[in-house]
Each structure stands twice: as C-alpha cells, then as structure tokens.
Design a protein around this ligand. Structure first.
Ligand SMILES: [Zn+2]
Ligand SMILES: [Zn+2]
Length: 341
C-alpha cells in the first residue's frame, strides 16, 4: 500500500500534468519582438545561472542565439516548445556557447511538427563545429530512428545544417537573415584573442534588441545598437573575479587563479556596458554572462559598480527565464517564464 504522501503526490501530478504538457507560452505572447534569456551565466559553475543562450521570438518562431550546456533543459523549463525553434545563430565557438547544441537539435528533431533540419548560422568556423556535433550524434540518431520509426523520427532531418556568413568589416553590420518581417544583422565585436565573434541586432515591426555576444567595450556594437529598445550586454565584475582568482592562488591553485584573472581582459564590465548603452541611445540595458556567480543578493551592487550612474534608463541583471517583450505599439514588459509556471 502506497503511503499517503506518495498518493497525494501522484494525484497532484496527475492533475497538473495535462496543463504542463499542453502549455505553450509562446502562443500566448502577443505580436512583437520577445527576448527570452535562457542562460545568463558563464562557464563558471553557478547554481542560479546557466551557460549562455537567448531565445528571440517573433511571429511565434523561436530563433536561438548560442546554446551553452543545459540550454535545451532550460528552454523546456521555460515552456518553450522545441518544435517552434526555427534556427540557431552562433556568436562564436567558445565551449560555453556551443556545449548544448547537440541537445537543442535532438529536442527539436523529435518535437511535433518539425519537417526541416535545423539551420545553424554563424561566422567562419560554424561548419566545423556543426559537422563535429553531427558526427558525435550520428549513432544516437540511428538508435532513435531504429527505436521509434522513420515516420516519427525522420533521419532526413536529424543532422544540423551549417550556414556560414562572412564577418562584417569594421564599422559595418550585415543582414544575415530576413524572415517574416524579422531582420537580423551581425556586427563584429572584440573578444580578442578569440576571433571571429559577432553580435546580433534583431529588428521587427519598429522594435529592436541587440545581443552583444562576448566582448569588451566595442565601438562597432555602439554603432550597431543605435536607438535600440533593449541592449543585452556581456558584463563581469573585475573586482569580484580578481578576488576569486586571488583566493584560488592563495589556496595553492595558481593555474586556476591565472585562468580566472585572464578572463577579466576579454569581457566588458557593467560600467562599460552602461557606457555603450548610453552612447548608443539604447532605451534599456540588461546585463548577462554574469561573472563571477553572485550567491548573495548584496553582491549585485558590487557587480553593477557605478553602471546605474552611467546609464539612466532601466538597467537589470538578467536571470535565467527572463522575458523582455517589445510589442509593436511600444513599451517594454518584463516577466519570467520559469517563475510563471
Ligand atoms: Zn567567449
Ligand atoms: Zn562566453
């Protein structure tokens, strides 16, 4: 005889399950451009923040920008149906931005209604990365098809299709995608010695958002972000990260200390991101790729430093699940797709 506790748990889950399975928050979003932060962290283990990934939603279609480890799990926790993923865009090929590619593709492949392979757009290097994932998942694909049948798990659409675009020249932004009124432009940013790295601007029905990718302060980004409604910018705290680096070195881990200290030279700080937002005339700024983890609420002020003085629009530290909605008629609505469920 099952315990009372387990019978109650079973009854609750039986009641809730149909609602969870049928839930489709993307269908409920009104018209407009919607920016959903899937992972707001970095490769540093962080119990609150996943590896970088953003889902941009327009016309009911989802355009995923980068897919760090855990991306598909968080996309699922946000209630976003993987079958709605139209394509994936990559900013660069650091492991924290590509580690979840295989899983995002798998979830999309087996989702209801997908009948095309997933396109993966990126700068030079994208073909190599996508080919590697396709090879690594080749056996898995064959098992899935053998088990469930070609009708349900079509082998013709299981592998991703890479599409390379050239890196725009200094100061330029090139259109890399036009789809149902959505225009995506790419511009080069500065994450040296890592190259190429591009940021993306999304324009739809008079609203826009920019995703910085990993970068220090970038004049190219300021130019490409002119009057944008939302700038989602990479930011770390040098003060906090150097403190962690020193603690590692002092604890007898000099290699770990050096690697952490090196990280400070190829990401912007929150004040630098605020400068970029102010100079671009951005209407709102959200900081992401949060480094190091901020386990205590009070550390958020340290992370921001004097950023709020440098940018007088709305300024947030992004969290996993955050949704920024930009309807055609104007305004910005902020909510969280994980907390909403
Ligand atoms: Zn990077
Ligand atoms: Zn990164």
């Amino acid at each position: 005889m099952a315990s009372l506790r387990s019978r109650i748990a079973l009854a609750l889950i039986r009641k809730k399950l149909p609602e969870i399975v049928a839930g489709d928050p993307v269908a409920e979003l009104g018209d407009g451009l919607h920016i959903a932060v899937v992972g707001s962290g970095s490769p540093l283990p962080d119990e609150k923040r996943g590896n970088p990934c953003v889902a941009v939603i327009a016309n009911g279609k989802v355009y995923v920008v980068d897919a760090g480890e855990g991306a598909s799990e968080t996309i699922n926790r946000m209630g976003i149906d993987a079958g709605r993923i139209e394509l994936l865009l990559l900013t660069h090929f650091h492991s924290d931005h590509i580690g979840g590619l295989g899983s995002v593709n798998l979830q999309r492949w087996v989702a209801e209604g997908t009948d095309t392979p997933m396109r993966v757009l990126g700068p030079p290097g994208v073909e190599r990365v996508v080919k590697g994932y396709n090879d690594a998942y080749r056996l898995d694909r064959s098992y899935r098809t053998a088990h469930h049948g070609e009708e349900f798990v079509d082998p013709a659409i299981g592998a991703m299709v890479p599409e390379e675009f050239p890196v725009p020249d200094e100061g330029e932004a090139n259109v890399v995608l036009e789809d149902d009124g959505l225009v995506v432009t790419a511009f080069e940013v500065d994450h040296s010695p890592v190259t190429p790295v591009v940021g993306f601007r999304f324009d739809y029905k008079g609203r826009s958002a920019v995703i910085s990718a990993d970068t220090v302060y970038s004049g190219n980004l300021v130019k490409a972000s002119r009057n944008t409604d939302l700038l989602l910018h990479d930011a770390l705290s040098q003060e906090l990260l150097l403190m962690v680096a020193k603690a590692q070195t002092d604890a007898g881990n000099p290699a770990r200390g050096k690697i952490l200290a090196d990280v400070t030279d190829y990401h912007a700080t929150a004040p630098q991101a605020a400068d970029a937002a102010r100079q671009a005339g951005a209407r709102a700024l959200a900081l992401t790729h949060v480094v190091p983890p901020l386990p205590l609420k009070g550390l958020e002020e340290v992370y921001l430093a004097d950023a709020p003085k440098r940018f007088d629009g709305p300024l947030w530290i992004a969290a996993d699940g955050d949704l920024y909605s930009l309807p055609p008629e104007g305004g910005l609505k902020r909510s969280n797709l994980i907390k909403r469920r």
